[in-house]
Design a protein around this ligand. Structure first.
Ligand SMILES: Nc1ncnc2c1ncn2[C@@H]1O[C@H](COP(=O)(O)OP(=O)(O)O)[C@@H](O)[C@H]1O
Ligand SMILES: [Mg+2]
Length: 282
C-alpha cells in the first residue's frame, strides 16, 4: 500500500563523495490515532555512521516515530527511506532483515537464560536452521565480540534475570549487535541508569557507531550533550529542529522554551548548568 507515499528524490548527496550520505531519510511522515495527530509532516535525515539524537518532551512522538521506522506502526502519510529502500509497508521482520535493529524502553531479554545464551539466540536469528545446529559448539565470534564490548564477559554464564538494570540494557544492545545492524534505534537507553552506567552506555553507543548509524531517542539532555553528533528535536508531533548540532540546539530559543517550560516538572533542560549536569560529576 505504499503507493500513496511520497516519491523520494534520491541521489544528490551521493554525487559528492565527501558528503556523509543520509542512510535514513524521513519525509512528510504523519500518523493519527483515532483522530489524534501524533506526528505531523516529519522530515529529517540521519547520516551514515553518526550518532543522531531524537529528543523532545514526553508525548512529543519519539517512540511513535521509532515504531514507524521499525514497521510496528503504519504512518498515515509519508516515507521512510533506509539505504534507498522504502520501509513503509514492510513487516517488522523484513525491516530487521534489511539491517535495522531496535531496543525498547524496557529491556527485552530472556531472563531465565544465561547472558551468553541470549546473545547466541540473537546471533542465530538470521541463520538457516541447519547451520544453526552445526554451530552449537564454542562461542561464535559475534557473540564473543558482544560479550567484550558490553563488558558482560565476566557474566556470560549468569542468568540474564540476575543482571543489574544497566547490564540488561547492554545485553539487549549486545543482542542487537550480533545481528550486524546498519541502523540501530535505541529508545531511552539510559532511563533509570546511574551516572556511571550512563557514561558506559554512551561509550558503548560511540563504539557501535564505528560501523553503524545510531538513532538514540532520549529525554536526558545531559546525555545528549555528551554523546550526540547531530540532533533532531520533536515537539507535539512536529520537528522543531532537524539535523542540528548540539550547540545549535542549545542556542535555539524555541527549543529552550519547550524544555525550560517543562523543567519544573521533569528536571530537564537543554541549557548548560541545568539540573541534569550534576550527574556528570559522579
Ligand atoms: N497507539 C496509540 N494510540 C493512541 N495514542 C497514542 C498511541 N501511541 C502513542 N500515542 C500518543 O501519541 C503521543 C506521542 O507518544 P509517544 O510517541 O509515546 O511520545 P514520546 O515517546 O515522545 O514520549 C502521546 O500523546 C501518546 O499518548
Ligand atoms: Mg517514548
Amino acid at each position: 500500500m505504499s503507493s500513496d507515499t511520497i516519491a523520494p528524490e534520491v541521489g544528490d548527496e551521493r554525487r559528492d563523495p565527501t558528503a556523509p550520505w543520509p542512510i535514513l531519510r524521513i519525509r512528510g511522515l504523519g500518523v493519527s490515532f483515532g483522530g489524534f495527530q501524533a506526528l505531523t509532516d516529519v522530515d529529517f535525515d540521519a547520516r551514515k555512521g553518526e550518532v543522531h539524537f531524537l529528543i523532545g518532551p514526553n508525548g512529543a512522538g519519539k517512540t511513535t516515530l521509532v515504531d514507524i521506522i521499525t514497521g510496528l506502526t503504519r504512518p498515515t502519510t509519508g516515507s521512510v527511506l533506509f539505504d534507498d529502500v522504502e520501509l513503509v509497508g514492510h513487516k517488522e521482520h523484513r525491516i530487521v532483515h534489511l539491517g535495522v535493529g531496535r531496543s525498547f524502553q524496557a529491556a527485552t531479554v530472556f531472563e531465565a537464560l544465561s547472558v551468553e545464551e541470549n546473545l547466541d539466540i540473537a546471533a542465530s536469528f538470521r541463520l538457516p536452521l541447519r547451520r544453526l545446529l552445526r554451530q552449537r559448539r564454542g562461542t561464535r565470534p559475534e557473540v564473543a565480540e558482544a560479550l567484550e564490548v558490553t563488558g558482560l564477559a565476566p557474566y556470560a554464564d549468569r542468568p540474564a534475570g540476575a543482571l543489574a538494570h544497566g547490564q540488561k540494557q547492554w545485553l539487549e544492545i549486545g543482542m542487537l549487535l550480533t545481528q550486524k545492524p546498519r541502523l540501530l534505534l535505541l529508545d531511552e537507553p539510559v532511563a533509570g541508569m546511574s551516572p556511571d552506567e550512563r557514561t558506559r552506555t554512551g561509550e558503548l553507543v560511540r563504539y557501535v557507531a564505528r560501523d553503524c548509524t545510531v538513532l538514540v531517542v532520549e529525554h536526558d539532555m545531559d546525555f545528549m550533550r555528551r554523546f550526540a553528533d547531530r540532533v533532531t528535536v520533536l515537539h507535539e508531533g512536529k520537528v522543531l529542529k532537524a539535523d542540528a548540532t548540539v550547540a545549535e540546539v542549545q542556542a535555539d530559543p524555541v527549543v529552550q522554551e519547550v524544555y525550560i517550560g517543562r523543567a519544573k516538572d521533569d528536571r530537564n533542560s537543554v541549557s548548560r548548568g541545568a539540573a541534569g549536569d550534576e550527574e556528570e560529576q559522579a
